[in-house]
Design a protein around this ligand. Sequence first.
Ligand SMILES: Nc1ncnc2c1ncn2[C@@H]1O[C@H](COP(=O)(O)OP(=O)(O)O)[C@@H](O)[C@H]1O
Ligand SMILES: O=C(OP(=O)(O)O)[C@H](O)COP(=O)(O)O
Length: 402
Amino acid sequence: MRSEHHGVATAVPRLRDRPIREGERWIYSAGFNVDRSLSSTARIDTELGDIGRIMDSGGRVAILSHQGSHRDGTAVDLDFVAEYLSDRLDRTVAYVPENDTSAAEARARALRPGTAAVFGNTREHHGEQRNDPTLARRFAALGDFVAVGGFSKAHRAHASNVGILQHRPGYLADSVLTELELLAPWAGRADRYSVAVLGGVKPEKTVIGLDAMTGTYDVVIPGGAVLNSVLRALGHDIGSSELGESPDRCLRLATTVLGRHDRAEVHIPSEVVMARIGENGFHDARTVAISDGIPSGWAIVDFVPMPWMRERLGTLAARGGRALVAGTPCRFSDGFRTSATAVLDAFGAPAVQALLLGGDTVAELPWQGPVSTGGGSALHYLAHGTVPVLDALTPTNRELAL
Ligand SMILES: Nc1ncnc2c1ncn2[C@@H]1O[C@H](COP(=O)(O)OP(=O)(O)O)[C@@H](O)[C@H]1O
Ligand SMILES: O=C(OP(=O)(O)O)[C@H](O)COP(=O)(O)O
C-alpha cells in the first residue's frame, strides 16, 4: 500500500471525489496538536480548505482533534482552536468541551447546515491512544461520515482516526493527500546528495528515522535524543541527558544501526554542549569532550559539528541535493543553537531542496521553506510508503471492518 506516487492515495476514498449534500453530518478528524500560544498554526491552516468545503456545501461538521497526551496530562481544552477557526473561516465555530456523551451527540445533531463545532480533546480519554472500540463508537455518534485529516496522527491507530472507521465510512481529506504529495522527493534512495538531520525527543526519530534514513541518505546527523541514544550505544556516559519515552528500544535500534554500516555516514560529534539541569532551566553551559562523559545532573543540549560535517554541508549547499530535519538537533528554544544554525545555513542555500517536519521542529526553528505538519507520521510514510490511517481506509480493509 503506497501513496499516489506508489499508487496508494488513489486506492482510498477521497473527500475531494465525494459530493457533499446539504445537511449531511460529518465528523472531521483533525490533528490540532498545537500549543495554546499558537506558535505555529500550520496544523490548523492545513485543514481549512477541507472543513470550509464541507461547510460551503451545507454539511454539518463535528471536529474531533487530539492535542497533548493523556498519559502525561498535557491534554488541554481546545477552545482556543475553535476561536482561531472562527477567525480564519470567517464563521462562528462553536466549542463543545465533551465528545463521548449523549449531550455531545445532541450538540452534533443540533448543528445547522453549513456550521461546525470543535468537540473536546480526544486525548482527555485514556481510550483514545489505546484505540478503545467503545470510545470509537461514541465518537462515531457525532456524525454519519468521517473526513480523515490530521496527518500528524496518521501513524497512530487511535480511536478518533482509525477506530472510528469501524463504524462510519471514511474519506481521506485533501490536507493529507497534499502532505503525501509533498513528501515524495524525500522518500527512498535518490541519486541526489541527501542529508538527514534527526533530533527531538520522540522515539520515532530513532526507531523509524535513524533506521530508515541510514539506508537511503548519504549523511545522517543525529541530534537531540537520537544523538543521546547513539552516544549511549557507543558506550559513552551521557549523565542525565534526555532519552525520550522508550530509551531501551532506542538504544537497541541505535546499536543495530551503528553495527550495520549502511549507506549513510553517521555524524558522531567528539564535542558536545552540556548544561546543568536546574529548577528554572539550564545553567553553566560548557563545551566538553564526550569521551570525558557527562556527569549526573547535567544534560547534553547541543553538539559541535565535526569539520567533516561542515564540509558535507558545504558540499550540499554548493552542489544541491535533498535534505530534511525531523526533530530539532539541539535545545534551540533554550538558546543552544550551534548545530541547528550550521544545518539551517546550509539547508537554506538555493540549490538545496530541504524540508522540516514535525510540530516542535516547525514551530521552533527559523525556516521559511517547505514543512510537513507530521513528524513521526512523515517519517513513517517516508520509511514504509504508507501509514496506518491509509491502510484503515483502503477498500479491502474497510470491507472487513464494516
Ligand atoms: N538534546 C536535547 N535534549 C532534550 N531535548 C531536546 C534536545 N534536542 C532537542 N530537544 C527538544 O526536542 C523537542 C522536539 O521533539 P519532538 O517532539 O520529537 O519533535 P517534533 O515535535 O518536531 O516531532 C524540542 O522542543 C527540543 O527542545
Ligand atoms: O505532534 C505529533 O507528532 P510529532 O511530534 O511527531 O510531529 C502528532 O500530533 C502526534 O502526537 P503523538 O506523538 O503525541 O501521538
